[in-house]
Write a protein that binds this ligand. Structure first.
Ligand code: NDP
Length: 238
């Protein structure tokens, strides 16, 4: 029987594509997001959908425990939930920084912590953290978002070294621009228009399933093979 995989932020975009792909590969899933109706609408077999704000550690851990009762120990967590709120730093509301750090960084660490001890005890397991090309280089109006994604790279690589001895894998996947709802939460129409123009200039960006294939590739390697990092972007993206 295939093992349980947890996917955060599976109600749209990249997380939804990851859920569809891993379900098609036969895995039972725990899908988490605030929009439960979107999770349930995917209608995937052997899938528990839970309305969880990943910044709420208690409900995050409770959902994992519930899924493990039904499907056995989580063999993999894909920490994908994320928010991107773009604004120049001098005028950005500091609540936007906090939201991004809470979701993109702290909740991702909660996700890792929720599964790591049992994975280490079993000497098997995989953590896949979704970072960004914005975790490798900076872009205008991205200071706080880039800060969160640089942090995801650093934290993931550090934890990979910490748990390597226990045969647990940590993979960082850094997508370039992907067509999803991510930009829609940014409040500045000017920044959104500039982003759309940038996407047009490169004649389109990646599809969410392009990232889901990378996740599946990393996960499906034998447990003794750790894909440490994948940076994946549209060929025309600089
Ligand atoms: P979407 O906005 O389409 O999806 C974001 C997902 O995160 C949604 O399912 C949303 O669910 C979930 N989410 C956000 N906040 C919370 C929260 N507090 N608790 C639970 N779930 C939450 O964007 P993408 O699919 O593009 O983003 C997925 C990941 O990919 C993010 O980490 C993003 O930074 C990263 N990424 C995206 C790129 C792109 O160009 N699209 C490029 C590089 C990286 P809900 O609102 O229902 O809670």
């Amino acid at each position: 029987m295939k093992k349980l995989i947890v996917v955060t932020g599976a109600s749209s975009g990249i997380g939804e594509a990851i859920a569809r792909r891993l379900s098609a590969a036969g895995h039972p899933l725990l899908l988490l997001a605030r929009r439960i109706e979107k999770l349930q609408g995917l209608n995937l077999p052997e899938t528990l959908c839970e309305k969880v704000d990943v910044t709420d550690r208690e409900s995050f851990e409770a959902a994992i425990a519930k899924a493990e009762q039904a499907y056995g120990p989580a063999d993999c967590i894909v920490n994908n939930a994320g928010v991107m709120l773009l604004n120049p730093l001098d005028s950005q509301d500091s609540q936007e920084w906090k939201t991004m750090f809470d979701v993109n960084v702290i909740a991702l660490m909660h996700g890792m912590q929720a599964v790591l001890a049992p994975m280490k005890a079993r000497k098997s397991g995989t953590i896949i953290n979704i970072s960004s090309v914005a975790g490798r280089k900076t872009f205008p109006s991205h200071a706080a978002y880039c800060g969160t994604k640089f942090a995801v790279h650093a934290i993931s690589e550090n934890v990979r070294e910490e748990v390597a001895d226990a045969n647990v894998r940590v993979t960082t996947i850094a997508p370039g621009a992907v067509e999803t709802e991510l930009l829609s939460h940014t409040t500045s129409d000017e920044i959104k228009a500039g982003y759309e123009q940038w996407k047009e200039q490169m004649e389109g960006v990646l599809a969410a399933d392009d990232i889901a294939r990378a996740v599946e590739y990393a996960y499906q390697q034998p447990q003794g093979v750790c894909v440490r990092e994948i940076v994946i972007a549209a060929t025309r993206q600089q």
